[in-house]
Design a protein around this ligand. Structure first.
Ligand code: FES
Length: 368
């Protein structure tokens, strides 16, 4: 992770500019060592390896660990990356020709990851690398407050900005206003009079000729709020004011019973009791959220998504657009990590609106 401000007047060298032997050797060893999983981070690690080796051709493990400190990998746990860098140093120092590991292809044999080499050298496309002909760009207006009543959404200035094609709001949704993987309680967009539940709630969206114009237009959307106090403590929430009026805040309790606890406690030499809590876990995938949609020319929609659940996405997108499911096709683009965080419809504010903006009548290709 490097601050963009640090790159002012700097020379930036990406893997495309590396000596082919160096790039090829490090990439093949990364693949052979199993250091490429989702691969989103791999070109960065390869770049770091190249820079490290040009200053220090034979680094030890501590020097490798120090060198890769600014890098994040969510998938591998770093061990395989460290080992790949160590082996790359030895191979390059000895001018060795490295080949990709070949396997018999039989069941029970470990295989190199599919398309891992292309991923390692940064050639495999993630969703945000997809550019379609004459594509438009969408950006979203998120809530400025975690909990606030929306009094007024004024899109008039955004609509006037040159290059803006259209500004969408909740009343433009032709189908279901709420979607969700487990409960259907996630608003695609909120409208005036409704209350936000977090700063990720979407209030409007802009479609424009460029990403920059779309984001400028978002800044021109004026929203008046009545700011409310958010409920952020889970224990207070158990007895607190309902977040969703139609159900209690604690809407599900899971209880496991394994064996006869009372009997075991009776016979135990020591008994300890208490309240036990686990930490909050965020999926933490590195790839940023994006979606690309285009009309299929037959009244339907094709969406390129980084989702872990394309059929569930299809169901919910069809609901939002009020289309039969067979009119929606969701194409899975391998993602930059998921860990369960990509199981839901990407974000009603990403996959959902990108299709809404791109309703068949739009005849446009749009990226959010
Ligand atoms: S392989 Fe490193 S983030 Fe996925």
């Amino acid at each position: 992770v490097t601050k963009m401000s640090k790159l002012q007047d700097a020379e930036v060298l990406t893997p495309e500019g590396f000596p082919p032997y160096v790039l090829d050797t490090i990439a093949k060893i990364m693949v052979n060592e199993g250091a490429v999983q989702c691969g989103f981070c791999t070109p960065g690690f390869i770049s770091r390896t190249k820079v490290l080796l040009q200053d220090n051709p034979t680094p030890d493990i501590e020097e490798i660990r120090k060198a890769i400190k600014p890098h994040l990998c969510r998938c591998t746990g770093y061990k395989k990356i460290e080992s790949a860098i160590e082996k790359s140093a030895k191979a390059i120092h000895a001018n060795e020709q490295v080949e990709l590991r070949k396997t018999s292809g039989r069941v029970g044999v470990s295989h190199p990851k599919y398309e891992a080499y292309h991923t390692a050298i940064g050639k495999r496309k993630f969703v945000d690398d997809i550019f379609l002909k004459e594509m438009l760009y969408a950006a979203l207006k998120f809530s400025d407050h975690p909990r606030a009543k929306i009094l007024k959404i004024d899109i008039s200035e955004a609509e006037k900005l040159p290059g803006v094609h259209r500004v969408f709001a909740a009343h433009d949704i032709p189908g279901e206003q709420y979607v969700g993987l487990i409960l259907q309680d996630w608003p695609v967009m909120l409208k005036e009079g409704q209350v936000t539940n977090y700063i990720g709630d979407v209030l409007a969206g802009v479609v424009a000729e460029s990403d920059e114009i779309a984001r400028q237009a978002i800044d021109l959307i004026k929203v008046d709020y009545e700011v409310l106090t958010p409920l952020t403590d889970v224990f207070e929430a158990m007895d607190g004011e309902r977040i969703h009026p139609e159900r209690p805040n604690n809407f599900e309790t899971t209880q496991f019973t394994i064996g006869d606890a009372d009997e075991v406690i009776k016979k135990a030499d020591f008994v300890s009791s208490g309240r036990y809590e686990t930490q909050r876990v965020e999926h933490g995938f590195l790839e940023k959220e994006a979606a690309v949609a285009r009309p299929d020319g037959k009244g339907g929609m094709e969406i390129f998504s980084q989702s872990q659940g394309v059929y569930e996405d299809r169901r919910q997108i069809a609901m939002i657009l009020n289309l039969p499911e067979e009119k929606v096709r969701v194409v899975l683009v391998p993602n930059g990590g998921g860990f369960g965080g990509e199981r839901r419809l990407k974000h009603p504010g990403t996959d959902g609106p990108v299709c809404l903006f791109d309703e068949p009548a739009c005849e446009a290709h749009i990226k959010t």
